[in-house]
Design a protein around this ligand. Structure first.
Ligand SMILES: Cc1ncc(COP(=O)(O)O)c(C=O)c1O
Length: 465
């Protein structure tokens, strides 16, 4: 099968020059981009194609997002058909696909929610912060609840407020100072417990820290607690089973809303439709993006429990309505594509598939990679997986950045694109994997082979150093 129209080398060189001359890329250093020059021109399933004809197994599903895989042309048809019917009208009015999508999402949550549409994960969390504050203004008018409690090393987006909520110092430092309404607590990164404890003797002290923080700040100042059920960007931290139920209990005790960030965890990635469903909790606010539409178009949503929605109900003159708008929220074409994307997730049982294929991949990685002394930890849930690299297992000293990057580069040379965690010196030594949920067993085997080889090379370099 032809996966892409490959341009001739001169055309590829022209595009590279055009890009480097005109585009400012996110996150990557342009000097590095000048050398790496990945120009993706096509994709099918879990495979992407470079303009030089090279194919790669995309073990990151783009940026943790192409859950149903690439090349589903029917989604292009859905978008075109919707654009012909009605391409756009603001969501202060109703439209058919957005209503259907909201009903679908509410159903996946078991009912009792309303859905507010935005265009990205950052905006979904931003909307969540604002809903929490507006809710607090309505429901606790004699108090001043405005703070969000979130975790160190979390990533919640790229806007100023979501960066402030996040806890990755290296991502934040260039834009400081922040306004200070986000208060951080230790994260459940058990392999490197920030409290120096071990599970289970720790008694899940990191969850208890949320309660002491609420009390320290004054419950009358705290609007919400924000958690990503399984922290992804820091290197895939699966919390102990007690953690999220404990966090929920603490929120209930102090009338604080529980806001979950399902931007990566959501839509099947962790083996359930939403990550928090692995622990049976019931959030008040949920941010989604990425897998909601498998990145075929930009779309996100902030999903709120009816108790929050009802706080915004009243007569127009009461001024209780949601005080925000965004031009593209509820875009009919994006909504129609997302509806079909979710139908595909359901029809092909991709959440269940993530659970079984994820278990296969994690077992395979453990079986093959633990022989390398530099493999510190293999962990994950569903198809959200981290392989943490260390100089030796005893000391858990982080493998040096260039060696970790060497593993990523070796995988690419051998036809597999893997990711690397963010989180500064303490947490950038994990290879992260988040492939399309349709990844096959033989592709998982290839991924294991290629990582095994890359780790072997890194271990040899470490020994030779
Ligand atoms: C957990 C989490 N939340 C929010 C975001 C922000 O999403 P977006 O990049 O669509 O704004 C991301 C992005 O990677 C994320 O990983």
């Amino acid at each position: 099968m032809t996966l892409a129209n490959i341009p001739d080398p001169e055309e590829r060189a022209r595009v590279v020059a055009q890009d480097l001359e005109n585009v400012l890329h996110p996150l990557v250093q342009h000097r590095a981009l000048e050398k790496s020059q990945l120009v993706i021109v096509g994709a099918q399933g879990s495979t992407v194609v470079d303009a030089d004809g090279s194919t790669y197994l995309d073990a990151m599903a783009g940026l943790w997002c192409v859950n149903i895989g690439y090349g589903r042309n029917e989604l292009a048809d859905v978008a075109a058909e919707q654009m012909r019917a009605i391409a756009y009208y603001p969501h202060t009015a109703m439209n058919l696909p957005a209503a259907e999508l909201a009903e679908q999402i509410n159903g996946l949550m078991g009912g009792g929610y309303h859905v507010y549409f935005v265009n990205s994960g950052s905006e979904a969390n931003e909307a969540g912060f604002k809903f929490a504050r507006q809710y607090a203004k309505h429901e606790f008018s004699s108090e001043f609840r405005f703070k969000t409690i979130s975790r160190y090393y979390a990533y919640h987006g790229t806007t100023l407020a979501t960066l402030a909520a996040g806890g990755m110092g290296d991502r934040k430092v260039k834009f400081e100072p922040y306004a200070g309404e986000f208060v951080h607590v230790p994260a459940p990164t058990c392999y490197r417990c920030p409290l120096g404890l071990s599970y289970p003797s720790c008694g899940v002290a990191c969850a208890k820290a949320i309660e002491s923080t609420i009390l320290g700040e004054g419950p009358e100042t705290v609007a919400e607690v924000l958690v990503e059920p399984i922290m992804s960007g820091v290197g895939v931290a699966v919390p102990p089973d007690e953690y999220l139920p404990m966090v929920q209990d603490i929120c209930h005790r102090y009338d604080v809303l529980l806001h979950v960030d399902e931007v990566i965890n959501g839509f099947g990635r962790t083996g359930k439709m939403f990550g928090h469903q692995n622990w049976g909790i019931s959030p008040d606010i949920m941010a989604v993006a990425k897998g909601i539409i498998s990145a075929y178009l930009p779309l996100g949503a902030a999903v709120v429990k009816n108790k929050v929605f009802e706080s915004f109900l009243g007569e127009p003159a009461d001024g209780r309505q949601v005080f925000q708008v965004n031009t593209y929220g509820g875009h009919p074409a994006a909504a129609a594509v997302a509806v079909r994307n979710i139908e595909i997730l359901m029809e092909e049982k991709l959440a269940e598939r993530a659970a079984t294929m994820g278990a296969y991949l994690i077992d395979g990685l453990k079986g093959r990679l633990m022989k390398h002394a530099i493999t510190g930890d293999v962990r994950g849930k569903g198809l959200l997986i981290g392989v943490e690299l260390v100089t030796d297992r005893e000391s858990k000293t982080q493998l040096a950045g260039p060696l970790v990057q060497g593993v990523v580069d070796s995988c690419r040379r051998n036809g597999v694109l893997v990711g690397r965690s963010g989180g500064g010196a303490r947490h950038s030594n994990t290879i992260v994997l988040s492939p399309p949920l349709i990844i096959t067993r033989s592709e998982c085997d290839t991924l294991i082979d290629v990582l095994d080889r890359a780790l072997g090379e890194a271990a040899a370099k470490l020994d030779g150093a």
